[in-house]
Design a protein. Structure first.
Length: 145
């Protein structure tokens, strides 16, 4: 039996992209992020290759109603640094959810994608909305399973 490597054409991959909506209402943050990261990478497709950007568009709705388990609501912090001396900032999970709940999901998905050149392109296909409505009805969005 001969085994041949099939190379996937990028044009066909881009034509096969679909739009998937994930409802974050009462969903656990980590499980939601890993599901979205898998869809963005295209790991559910037959034509998946780690070096190709063959994933789908992902729309996450109800970002305000995502939940975390255990004591993470009180103990989880987001760290950022400006690069200057004394430029470290920490933001608690509760404060970040009050300010911008979209950012919580975006960071969770970003950190579940591999840190390589494809991550920026894959993240550009992620859309997160705090409420239930989104402006992507024209793209024939499918509900996630």
């Amino acid at each position: 039996m001969s085994q041949k490597t099939t190379l996937i054409d990028l044009n066909t991959v881009q034509q096969q992209r679909r739009w998937v909506v994930i409802d974050a209402k009462d969903a656990v943050l980590g499980r939601l992020a890993s599901k979205a990261a898998g869809l963005l990478r295209g790991k559910h497709k037959v034509c998946f290759a780690p070096s190709l950007d063959c994933g789908d568009f992902v729309v996450v709705t109800n970002a305000k109603q995502v939940r975390v388990t255990g004591e993470k609501a009180e103990s989880k912090f987001y760290f950022s640094h400006s690069g200057y001396a004394g430029g470290a900032k920490t933001t608690s999970y509760k404060l970040q959810m009050e300010r911008d709940p979209r950012r919580v999901i975006e960071l969770a998905v970003k950190r579940m994608l591999p840190d390589n050149a494809l991550r920026r392109r894959q993240l550009s296909r992620l859309r997160v909305y705090p409420g239930a409505d989104h402006p992507h009805a024209a793209q024939k969005v499918e509900a996630s399973k």
